[in-house]
Structures are given as structure tokens and as C-alpha cells.
Design a protein around this ligand. Sequence first.
Ligand SMILES: Cc1cc2nc3c(=O)[nH]c(=O)nc-3n(C[C@H](O)[C@H](O)[C@H](O)COP(=O)(O)OP(=O)(O)OC[C@H]3O[C@@H](n4cnc5c(N)ncnc54)[C@H](O)[C@@H]3O)c2cc1C
Length: 502
Amino acid sequence: MNTYDFVVVGGGSAGSVLASRLSEHPDATVLLIEAGPAHGPERTTVPAAWRSLVGTDADWGHSTVPQTGLNGRTIAYPRGRLLGGSSGINAMMHLRGHRAAIDLWEKEGAEGWGFDDLLPYYRRTEHTEGRDTAVRGTDGPMRPRPAAPPHPAAQACFEAFRTRGFPVADDLNAPEAEGVTWTELTVVDGARQSAADAYLRPFLDRGNLTVVTEAVAQSLVFSGNRCTGVRYLRDGVPLIARADVEVILSAGAVGSPHLMMLSGLGPAAHLRGHGIDVVADLPGVGANLSDHPLGLAFFSAGRDMPTGQNNHIEVVGVTRTDPSLAYPDVQLFFMDVALALPGGQGYALGFSATAPHSRGSVTLLSADPSVAPAIDPGLLSDERDLETMLTALLMARDINSAAPMDPWRGQEAIPGRSLDDPGRLRTFLRERGATTYFHPVGTCRMGSAETAVTDTRLRVHGVEGLRVVDASVMPSIPAANPNPTVLAVAERAAEMIRAQHG
Ligand SMILES: Cc1cc2nc3c(=O)[nH]c(=O)nc-3n(C[C@H](O)[C@H](O)[C@H](O)COP(=O)(O)OP(=O)(O)OC[C@H]3O[C@@H](n4cnc5c(N)ncnc54)[C@H](O)[C@@H]3O)c2cc1C
């Protein structure tokens, strides 16, 4: 049988939620098509090893086009390629970010998608303990917990944040929380918990759920303007899966717009330029790419650094560069390894602009599905983001200079104290200091804006039978690492789909 009620493309964070929730209904048949394998390398489960997964077969291995804001540099742009998707290779940090960043979605045309609308679905995703149950979930599949046991240098840095005026946030996932906290990690019994681990693997024996891995979707099938299925390749064999009810694209902020354009959904002139017949002229497909820039300042340690027991990022703080801002625009974290120094010896302070103004795009390079699209996150293309990153770098230095860090502090290796004036630090950020924080969103935005790709029920404009549900539908980026918000969006979408089709 190759006909199902629902065909979900992409078994990442969102796709895992959808396939799981839609197949809870025993009468609904669900096919999930995932390009990568069911499992990554053995160390996929080891929290401390996450960074080493980048560039392996569990990563699509994308890179960007030359970044004008990064002095023309081309940077690696990792995306998970395994069941669990990017949640299978990510850093496991579980942070929703400030409510005001989600409330912005409504102002950007996504009516009914303010923070309070999303709150029940954030709660539905998670099982927390000892938190305020009005805002945190208690019976969902994801089990975020504060990093433990703490690294002693992280403990010192936590105190350094406090010394520099960061209040202690008991729960940085509370809607308006600010300050410093122990990072919540989706780690269970010492092992990574990806969206697939939480949502899919326990239910793989459901008779109405079919999961096909190492199957790469090539394009969508249309009958008139109705999407009726998906063409995919498995072991080199072309196959078609038919959807009686809906196809749901959850291929991520790079994969979803790519597949749409290959299938004739996108900016008409761009598609025709690649010889693709236009099914629906949707100028917003691939536009509005938003990502967080990331910077790291590396320090040698004044004493031996014990090996971190968690994901190396145990302490995180958020703050504002200007008190009049609606929400924190800087995230800072302590890292108990110095990846850029010999043997990783030392530590780092990471910093990110969490309300970036820069926007980029995903566009076609070819009509051949095996050719990756051009990815331009536009990092630091807006000068305001550069200024925020500069302020954040100075904050990181300041935290490192606080007394609690005295026992651990060695020398600042990168950028190095010789770079001390703002002009040289800006150049440092552009030339080598800033990169991606791996958080692309927004390339198939929902809502009523001219460039909206879906409506607020995530149905693609101009066609029938097709939804997009993943990071690409966000009108703008959450003020934190996006995975919890992707999961919440997918929970809500599953409920909308069930409500529409019974
Ligand atoms: C290295 C790294 C670290 C990160 N750290 C964090 C973190 O600590 N905390 C956090 O909140 N966020 C983090 N993120 C971001 C977060 O993981 C993503 O925002 C989130 O997983 C995106 O979910 P998604 O469902 O939109 O896409 P994905 O999870 O990327 O899922 C897309 C899926 O679709 C599949 N796919 C794509 N194209 C096709 C095709 N043609 N055919 C079949 N399948 C296809 C992919 O293989 C993938 O499995 C990190 C990301 C990376 C890469």
C-alpha cells in the first residue's frame, strides 16, 4: 500500500510531533518520509559529543553563500539528517525565550499566534518537575531538566553573572524571565532526548504509522491545484506516496522551501528561470530567512579544567542592551571547553543577538533535487546586529573579569586583549568572530503579510491539501534557541489538522 491519509515529509522536530500525534487516532493512516537514517552515529546520544556530529552523515553538510556581513566568508550551515532531524544533533538547550518575541508574530500578520495562544502547546510538549504548572507542562513527552552536576567553572561563571547584575532566574522558561540560570537540557538518564526519541520511537509499533527512513522526497505531486502526494527516492528507486487527506511539509527551514520551489510553489520568475512549471506564485517561499548570529570569546584556563558532564553549556543568561527594548536582545552562555584552542583546553563565553534585524533567503541553484539550494542567512547584514554583537562581546569580557572567575581565568586568547577598540572588534566579528547559532526560521512564513506562504492554519496559499509545519512558518525568530517553539507549533498544528478532518 502506498496511499495514506497523511504523508509527512521530514522526521525532524516538527515531523516527529506530527506523525506521533496524527497516528494517535487509530483510524488515520500516516506515512513519515525521512531522508536520513533511523539513528545517527553511536555518540548521537552523548550530550557532550553534540558538536562532533556536525559534518558527519547525520548532517546535511550545507554551507552558506558568501556572507556580505561576515566579510564574504562562507560558513558551514548544519541541519540534522536523521530521524529526529536537527533535534538529533543539536545542543539540547530548552529555552522558549521572552513572550514579547512571540507576541510580535501577531503584529507581523499571524493572527491568533501570540504567546498566550501558544502557551498550552508549549506545556503539552514537556514534562517538568518543580516548576510553576501554570506555565510549564507536567505530562508531555520532552523532559527538560537543569544541567547537573554543574561544572565547577560553570558554577564560578554563574556567580560572575550575578556579580555583574544578572538576577537569578529560577525558571528562564517563564514568559517574562530574564537573568542567569542553569540551562535546561533535553537529556534523560544522561542521554540526548531528540524529538524522535520522545515522540516517535515509543510508538513505532502502531499499525497505522509507517516510518520510512533513507527516503529523500524529490517533489510534490499535484492534481490540478490539489497536492495529492510526494515523489521520493529510496535506494535509488523512484516511488510515489499518495495522500488522501493532506501532505504536510516538515523538512525544516531549508528543506521545506527547497521542496516547494522544486514543486512549482514559489516566486514565479525564479521558478521559470530554472525551467520549473509554476503551480502557485508565492513570492515569500524562501524569503525572510532569519537566524541568530553567534560569537565566542575563548580563554585559556588558570587551572586544569575538569571534563564537562553535560552539553558543555550549563549556564545561560539573557539581558537587554537597552532597557527600553520589548525583550532581551542578548543571550550569553558559559562553555566549559575552548574548541578553538589546542586540545580544547580552556573555556569560552558565547554571545548571541537574539532579536536580529538581518534577513536572508533560500533560493534554487538548480531544478535538480540533489543540488542543495543557495542558503543566505544574511548574518550581520544589518548594522544593528553588529552593534548588538559588539555590546554582547564586551558583556562577555566583563563577566569573565568578575571576581568569581579569578581561580579559573587565564588569558583571553580570542579575540585577545590587543583587540580593544570598537572598530577592531567590529572587524574581528565580521572577519572571524561571528557565525551561525544554527537557528534558521521564517522561510515559509504564515499569516496575512504579502509574503505569507501559509494561512494561520498553516495551509499553503493558492493550493489545496498541503500544509507546512516546522521552523519555516515562524514570521520571525523566537528570542531563544528555537526547538521548544518548533515543537509547540507542531503540537498546535496537529490539533488543527485533527479538528479539520476529524
Ligand atoms: C548543531 C545545532 C545545534 C542546535 N542547538 C539547539 C539547541 O540547543 N536548542 C534549540 O532549541 N535549538 C537548537 N538548534 C535548532 C533546532 O534543533 C531546530 O530549530 C529544530 O530542530 C528545527 O526543527 P524542524 O522540524 O523545523 O527541522 P529539522 O529538525 O531540521 O527537521 C527537518 C527534517 O526533514 C528532513 N528532510 C529535509 N529534506 C528532506 C527531503 N527532501 N526528504 C525527506 N526528508 C527531508 C531532514 O533530514 C530532517 O530530519 C540547533 C540546531 C543545530 C543544527
